[in-house]
Design a protein around this ligand. Structure first.
Ligand SMILES: [Zn+2]
Length: 259
């Protein structure tokens, strides 16, 4: 059986082996044991399992499960694509780490023998993450990488694919059209927008417009997605965390990203 996916986690094991987690094309996360995956050896081969690399892995037929885990043993593997510039830019690297941390909070584990690789219910998540990586790399090559722009776009697309996008059309209390109102307020705890007649707070009309724009912006047009800022990224992260009962401080790469 052959799997394709992005390396979202890697742990060296024993002297030369690796245990890696891949975000598979179907949106699930599979764990693989890679003999000699750390590279090295006589010929000093580098590891091809860098974070963010797109891999193809053929697994061995396993008669028995390893220690009742979901680990699959690679028989053969190759790299399909790798983000070459990300590891040379510290903010881009932390951003990619943050994406993988977020994914790990909700992803479904692929269980060999039980899960169906052809089940594509969650493939939207793979498409969001793979596009995000590809266009971070693109921005770095063009020397126009801006972390807030990428993070905002990513969060809007992720929330949409997870089906937890806040309603951006109507006030959650009086149902008036938000864009008709002079002021709107965002309430991350409820995941709702409200008009300023119904709720008190800072006017977040710019944020509302940015979410709508992010939703309409295709990834290849990311360069035209402008006006993002840290406080808006933070609201989206807070909202995500609220949905998954997390605290933003639990996201290690997030605090490193905006230091
Ligand atoms: Zn209202």
């Amino acid at each position: 059986m052959v799997f394709e996916g992005l390396v979202i986690h890697r742990v060296p094991y024993k002297e030369r082996d690796l245990i890696v987690k891949l975000l598979l094309r179907n949106g699930m996360v599979g764990s693989f044991y890679i003999y000699g995956g750390q590279g090295g050896g006589k010929s000093h081969k580098p590891s091809i399992f860098e974070l963010g690399s797109m891999m193809r892995i053929m697994i061995k037929d396993q008669k028995t499960k390893i220690d009742s885990s979901d680990l699959m043993i690679s028989a053969e593997h190759s790299r399909i694509w790798e983000p070459q510039s990300v590891r040379h830019d510290i903010r881009a690297f932390y951003l990619v780490c943050l994406y993988f941390e977020l994914i790990s909070k909700f992803s479904i584990t692929f269980q060999p023998g039980t899960s169906d690789y052809q089940n594509l219910d969650h493939e939207g998540v793979f498409s969001v993450v793979s596009n995000a990586l590809f266009y971070i790399e693109d921005a770095l090559v063009k020397k126009q990488f801006e972390a807030g722009q990428h993070l905002t776009l990513f969060m809007v697309k992720l929330l949409f694919h997870l089906g937890i996008m806040p309603d951006t059309d109507n006030c959650s209390y009086c149902q008036e059209e938000l864009l008709e109102m002079p002021g709107v307020v965002f309430m991350p705890a409820n995941g709702q927008f409200a008009c300023q007649n119904c709720a008190q707070g800072e006017n977040e009309r710019g944020f509302l417009l940015r979410i709508k724009k992010g939703y309409q912006t295709r990834y290849q047009e990311y360069a035209g997605f402008l006006g993002t800022n840290f406080s808006e990224c933070d609201k989206l992260i807070q909202y995500f965390c609220h949905q998954y009962h997390l605290r933003p401080v639990e996201l290690r790469s997030y605090s490193l990203l905006f230091k």
